[in-house]
Write a protein that binds this ligand. Structure first.
Ligand SMILES: Cc1cc2nc3c(=O)[nH]c(=O)nc-3n(C[C@H](O)[C@H](O)[C@H](O)COP(=O)(O)OP(=O)(O)OC[C@H]3O[C@@H](n4cnc5c(N)ncnc54)[C@H](O)[C@@H]3O)c2cc1C
Length: 272
């Protein structure tokens, strides 16, 4: 197949290509692995408006084309969003992190996508851009199923915005894979908890990856944590509730039963 690869320098140059049927490519780590040699592809990497990491009204705004490596190195991610930084540090390999982008991870919409549980737990909002302007959609409304999003015709993801937790909130991410490095998750857990002065949980946000068709928030387990301390008894009970809330499947990486067991064990890491 003859490839027709364009690298527009601005959004204004991108829109006619999308209207002409060009596929969008950021780092290409998913697109090229899935499709092989590209046909008609518009690369996003030269569009300055899709880059940048900055604070905006209490939210961290991450341009869609920021790579996992750049996000990981950025002081605002490292200091403000350790739950996301931890997930980025175990995503793929250094090469994949250097090429892959946060926008690509979101649009791929894999229930095993490593940035997704932290972004769900941080109330992330996706900014979408098209010739008509921009709109914002909560991440959990944007991702509809494996590989399915609410991206409209002629739209791209321009940025993702995540709440920056207050100092002292507990942030945790853990991924269980089949091996230590370069492994897709079998189960992952992101937790963002606010504690009061006495160590009691004032609010809890839990999101699990690879245990359903999308990343799952766990409202019953969150409610159970709220008003309690992070002791072993509470976390064991939360783990049992998580096991009831999720709907894992058997696949080549793990059985549903194994995923259920591991998912219920992960909250024990939150013990203080
Ligand atoms: C060897 C290997 C290991 C991997 N390991 C992991 C892992 O451990 N964890 C993990 O989460 N992922 C992993 N991945 C998957 C992949 O690297 C990530 O999902 C990455 O974030 C995808 O980003 P990208 O920029 O390369 O996306 P691309 O491949 O460029 O695009 C992916 C999809 O998103 C669309 N797209 C990209 N950017 C935009 C945008 N801004 N707006 C609209 N649509 C867009 C593309 O059209 C395409 O459909 C791995 C991939 C490989 C090849």
């Amino acid at each position: 197949m003859n490839a027709d690869v364009r690298c527009p320098g601005s959004l204004a140059e991108l829109w006619p290509l999308l209207e002409d049927g060009f596929a969008v490519m950021a780092g290409g780590t998913d697109l090229l692995a899935r499709r092989g040699a590209p046909g008609r592809v518009a690369c996003l990497e030269r569009i300055a408006g899709l880059q940048g990491i900055r604070e905006e009204e209490g939210l961290l705004r991450m341009g869609a084309c920021e790579t996992h490596s750049r996000l990981l190195r950025h002081p605002l991610t490292a200091s403000g969003l350790p739950v996301l930084a931890r997930a980025l540090s175990v995503l793929g390999s250094p090469l994949v992190r250097n090429m892959g982008t946060i926008g690509g991870n979101i649009v791929t919409a894999s229930p095993a996508g490593d940035t997704l549980p932290p972004l769900y737990a941080l109330d992330a909002v996706v900014e979408l851009a098209s010739r008509q302007g921009t709109r914002r959609v909560p991440l959990d409304g944007f991702i509809l199923g494996p590989g399915r999003t609410a991206l409209g015709e002629g739209e791209i993801v321009s940025a993702v915005l995540a709440r920056i937790p207050a100092a002292g909130e507990v942030q945790h991410f853990e991924k269980v894979g089949r091996r230590k490095a370069l492994a897709i998750s079998v189960v992952s857990l992101a937790a963002v908890l606010r504690l009061d002065g006495s160590g009691t949980v004032a609010s809890a946000r839990l999101a699990l990856g690879s245990v359903g068709p999308t990343v799952l928030r766990c409202p019953r387990a969150e409610a159970m944590l709220t008003g309690r301390r992070l002791d072993r008894e509470t976390l064991l009970a939360v783990g049992e509730t998580l096991r009831e809330e999720i709907s894992p499947i058997d696949d080549l990486r793990a059985t549903a039963a194994y995923r259920r067991t591991v998912a219920g064990n992960l909250p024990l890491r939150l013990a203080v």
